[in-house]
Design a binder for this molecule. Structure first.
Ligand SMILES: CC1=C(/C=C/C(C)=C/C=C/C(C)=C/C=O)C(C)(C)CCC1
Ligand SMILES: [Fe+2]
Length: 357
């Protein structure tokens, strides 16, 4: 396990730190189980759901967990480095969002089909990197020491939400792709059609199944049937079930809030010494209020970005899928710089330490 807690241990003391970390582990595991069980239960009880109901978790994510999880990007690097937040550090993050987000927004305008493919790959990487953090720090796996195994795990954990729905729900996948691309250029979506052909899906599905077997097999060979490996296998198979049986708009909405965003929020709390101190005393309300206060201004900022993109798209969004599509494009544009910040945080916390596989 990387030695990524020294700064905080110095600031808060190892007992305080590990109490807060243990609490975060329990919350992430419980919420993860709830994500899978809630998704499967909704489908088992309600059968097929109207499209607008499937969009509800995504709608909630505008204010709860989803957008806010990235709205503390301006605070995380100084906190991880144990440095003050300065005008200069704020300006650097602002500039990053403006340039990287702006450049990617231009790709959406001029090459929306390419931008959509990039969005899927970016999300795969980002959701995978989030889970690698959680597996090492919160679950305590000891078989992700090298770059090779971490890359394979990024592919598996990020591929679960991005690849399994392509195999299981190609129509809905295509609908979302067409809607997003269609906001900019309705004719451009045809370029994506080959990806939904049965042969392509079969090949991608087989390749991905192999990757899952390889990742879990590697962990088993390395560590045997340990508690962390059982949790890894349980989470992986749980997510296979979620994305294979639950319509993807609903499944991804649940996952985005209760899995990816929650885990990242816990990570941001664990690099904030006041939140760590509060969590170690069981003062969850204090730590949560602190996060809400930190995240509120730029969650507002993200909503301004959403409104700006709404004004800029050539097709005025009118239907529920189009409005949700607009939100997803906003998330895409904001995720590009967010991935840079999280990757720098990974580096800061030595999640990409230069060991060998
Ligand atoms: C909704 C949806 C899709 C895409 C969702 C994506 C790509 C979400 C990305 C969210 C991010 C990056 C959040 C930030 O952390 C798919 C896969 C086309 C399948 C159909 C439903
Ligand atoms: Fe994120």
């Amino acid at each position: 396990m990387p030695d990524n807690t020294t700064t905080l241990e110095r600031a808060t003391g190892p007992v305080t730190w590990s109490r807060a970390r243990d609490w975060a582990s329990v919350v992430s595991l419980a919420a993860g189980a709830m994500t899978v069980l809630a998704g499967l239960a909704i489908v088992a009880v309600a059968g097929s759901l109207p499209l607008w109901v499937q969009f509800l978790p995504l709608l909630v994510s505008v204010l709860v967990l989803g957008l806010p999880h990235g709205a503390v990007d301006h605070l995380v690097l100084p906190r991880a480095r144990d440095e003050p937040v300065t005008r200069r550090s704020l300006a650097a993050i602002g500039l990053l969002y403006l340039t990287v987000g702006g450049a990617y927004a231009v790709v959406w305008v001029f090459a929306p089909a390419t931008a959509f493919v990039l969005f899927i790959l970016l999300t795969l990487f980002h959701w995978g990197q989030g889970d690698v953090y959680a597996m090492i720090e919160l679950i305590g796996v000891d078989y992700l020491q090298g770059r090779g195994s971490r890359s394979l795990t990024i592919l598996v954990r990020g591929g679960l939400p991005m690849i399994v729905p392509l195999i299981a729900f190609p129509e809905q996948y295509a609908l979302v792709a067409e809607t997003l691309v269609g906001l900019f250029d309705p004719a451009a979506a045809t370029a994506l059609e080959p990806a939904f052909q049965p042969g392509v899906r079969l090949a991608v599905g087989l390749g991905f199944a192999l990757a899952i077997v390889a990742a879990l097999g590697r962990g088993l060979a390395h560590s045997g049937v340990s508690a962390p490996w059982l949790i890894d296998a349980g989470e992986t198979l749980g997510l296979v079930a979620l994305f294979a049986f639950v319509p993807p708009i609903l499944a991804i909405g649940l996952y985005f809030c209760l899995w990816h965003s929650l885990r990242h929020i816990l990570r941001t709390m664990l690099i904030d010494d006041r939140a760590v101190a509060a969590l170690s005393r069981g003062a969850v309300g204090n730590a949560s209020r602190r996060f809400i206060r930190d995240a509120a201004p730029l969650t507002g900022g993200a909503i301004v970005v959403l409104a700006t993109i709404a004004l800029l798209v050539p097709q005025t969004p009118a239907t529920v899928p189009q409005i949700a599509g607009l939100y997803l494009v906003t998330i895409a544009v904001l995720t590009a710089p967010h991935v840079v910040v999280v990757s720098l945080l990974d580096r800061e916390q030595q999640f990409w330490a230069p060991e060998t596989a």
